[in-house]
Design a binder for this molecule. Structure first.
Ligand code: FE2
Length: 290
């Protein structure tokens, strides 16, 4: 299996529900006509190979670049993944041939049930670093493409480490690449009672960041405080764009910027694609994108 460092530069991509017409990602596949995408990031349960085949089988057969977002791994649990789950995900990866796969570090399944937005984020401590790294190492041996880890959405941080310190420690111990979700990180900063504009970027292994996620943020007022919630259907917040603009050039191994825009109107997605490409030009990242 290839290393995360040997991955191809894909460019600017979109994460959209493969069955959805909002946004209709098929309108964004052709280059040369305004906004377009270089790749599609698709999410799927392990059991959904036939669904993937139904909705994007033509893109797979036509070798359109893909990135896969699994959603079933309990990455911060020391319990081994069920054999059947791993087998199904390997089959899905073999079928769809994504450039890489990446998933948020959390517990997403409980007794066979998908937790969705009720995910359990990792306890941010040394023990959890070791357990998560062991799981990620195993998955990188089992999956046919590099498996990357994403910082998860957190609304109640538990443990003494900062999220960037935790993700860096796991990535270095497991020797894997990172998916940096900027909105998740801003949300973490806010949930931890820290200034959202002062993320300790220097403690993050930026050279391991392979993919960046940019998505909308919802500002929800709870009592006196404002909570920032990850909302893919919302316009991308300026906080996210500013972070990308300020730090993208330090991500020397960056291969893709993914706009996570499930259920977002296509007009907003088009505007965001233009904005992302402006930042690519300004910062000089993703130079060898085709
Ligand atoms: Fe994400």
């Amino acid at each position: 299996m290839s290393s995360y460092l040997d991955l191809p530069v894909l460019g600017v991509g979109l994460a959209a529900d493969i069955s959805s017409t909002q946004p209709d990602f098929r309108k964004l596949l052709a280059k040369g006509n305004g906004a377009y995408i270089d790749y599609l990031n698709f999410g799927a349960h392990a059991t959904q190979k036939r669904r993937v085949q139904h909705y994007i089988g033509d893109l797979i057969e036509g070798d359109f670049p893909l990135v896969f977002h699994p959603i079933n791994f309990n990455l911060c649990s020391s319990e081994p993944e069920p054999d059947g789950l791993v087998r199904e995900l390997v089959e899905l990866v073999d079928y769809s041939s994504p450039a890489w796969a990446g998933q948020d570090v959390a517990v997403w399944m409980f007794e066979g049930q998908y937790l969705g937005s009720f995910l359990l984020p990792p306890i941010l401590d040394d023990e959890s670093v070791e357990e998560t790294a062991a799981k990620v190492r195993t998955l990188n041996q089992l999956l046919p493409c590099p498996f990357l880890i994403e910082n998860p959405p957190v609304i109640l941080p538990v443990g003494g480490m900062h999220m960037v310190e935790f993700m860096t420690a796991v990535a270095e111990t497991a020797d894997c690449g990172l998916v940096l979700d900027i909105g998740h990180l801003i949300g973490y900063q806010q949930a931890a009672g820290l200034d959202v504009t002062r993320i300790p970027v220097n403690e993050l292994a930026l050279d391991r960041v392979i993919e960046v996620h940019v998505a909308g943020l919802q500002q929800a007022k709870v009592g006196d405080s404002t909570h920032l919630l990850d909302q893919h259907a919302y316009p991308v917040d300026d906080l996210c764009w500013s972070f990308l603009e300020d730090h993208a050039s330090k991500m020397v191994n960056l291969k893709g910027i993914t706009l996570e825009q499930e259920f977002c109107p296509v007009e907003i997605v088009e505007k965001n694609l233009h904005r992302a490409r402006e930042i690519v030009t300004k910062t000089g990242v993703l130079e060898s994108a085709h």
